[in-house]
Design a protein around this ligand. Structure first.
Ligand code: C2E
Ligand code: MG
Ligand code: MG
Ligand code: MG
Length: 288
């Protein structure tokens, strides 16, 4: 019967463990090549200040443009880079590229760079940051490093020391994806953060669950009491933007106010010449 035959064939093509391993190894080889051939690129997503409604900075997000695979998202290759020991090289490239590109942008806009726990633990991070600032001429207060909670679980004494040394350079530190994983309130006390980024899963649930609303209000309130600012990630609707603005979040980031875009376009956002954002905010003001 054709039907059973068809089903059998599907099974044959299901990747075995060997196949999965082979695909990984190919990805690793291609990633090494991508680094050498400069196929990595940074896109920049605007961060909107909720008091002034202007673009006060950008988050740098790495992209891999592969001739065959197309654009590979960071979620696909960063974990592999971490496993195979390529993350320091990639992370250093990202840091230098972000500082170099943004240094010349108008209005003293800031740039936030994601940092892997492996980079923090390498023992080289403070020097790398200093070198990126020196080479680019970017003022230290215009650089922010985003770290996730997984960093904090490991070797916390050394991590705290490293974070303090980075802050002593004048660079700011943000806790990324707060509220996910193993987050604990004690981290906010133990580690020197300037900013808390509320994970987009809470924003996505705004209006759907009372808990999500309460959690966002609580994080914004607590952060401000502790002297930290807050960014709400993943803002996609005007209702979400209105809510986080009304409840004390300092910054908004999301597809509503701007998707990640190549440097050339982001630079135009920095100059404040963005029709879409103005249109969104104007529309909201009228509706209020
Ligand atoms: P992240 O640091 O939390 O970055 C935010 C992610 O959310 C980005 O995904 C961004 O495109 C996406 N995003 C922004 N606004 C919205 C929205 O309104 N709706 C939705 N659904 N998504 C939104 P992306 O660029 O795919 O990056 C994913 C993750 O990869 C990042 O999460 C970060 O953890 C990691 N990553 C990106 N670039 C780097 C890098 O240079 N180094 C390291 N170590 N990790 C990086
Ligand atoms: Mg981030
Ligand atoms: Mg995040
Ligand atoms: Mg995230």
């Amino acid at each position: 019967q054709a039907k059973t035959e068809g089903r059998g064939r599907v099974c044959v093509f299901e990747p075995s463990m060997d196949e999965a391993l082979r695909q990984r190894q190919t990805l690793e080889t291609d990633l090494r090549e991508a680094l050498e051939l400069h196929r990595l690129e940074l896109h920049y997503q605007p961060l909107i200040d909720m008091k002034t409604n202007i673009v006060s900075g950008f988050e740098a997000l790495v992209r891999w443009n592969d001739p065959v695979r197309g654009q590979v998202p960071p979620g696909k290759f960063i974990p592999i880079a971490e496993e195979v020991g390529l993350i320091e090289e990639i992370g250093t490239w990202v840091l230098n590229e972000a500082c170099r590109e943004v240094a010349g942008w108008p209005n003293g806009v800031k740039v936030a760079v994601n940092v892997s726990s492996y980079q923090i633990r390498s023992g080289n991070m403070v020097r790398r940051v200093r070198e990126a600032l020196d080479a680019s001429g970017l003022a230290p207060h215009r650089l922010e490093l985003e770290i996730t909670e997984s960093v904090l679980l490991i070797d916390s004494a050394a991590t705290i020391r490293t974070l303090h040394e980075i802050r002593d350079l004048g660079v700011r530190i943000a806790m990324d994806d707060f509220g996910t994983g193993y987050s604990s309130l004690s981290y906010l006390r133990a580690f020197p953060f300037d900013k808390v980024k509320i994970d987009q899963s809470f924003v996505a649930d705004l209006g759907n669950t009372a808990e999500a609303n309460a959690i966002i209000r609580a994080i914004a309130g607590l952060s401000s009491e502790l002297g930290m600012t807050t960014t709400a990630e993943g803002i996609e609707t005007e209702d979400q933007l209105r809510y986080i603005r009304a409840h004390g979040c300092t910054q908004a980031q999301g597809f509503l106010t701007g998707r990640p875009v190549p440097a050339k376009e982001a630079r135009i956002y920095a100059a404040g010449e963005v029709e879409t954002l103005h249109a969104v905010l104007e529309h909201m003001r009228e509706a209020e």
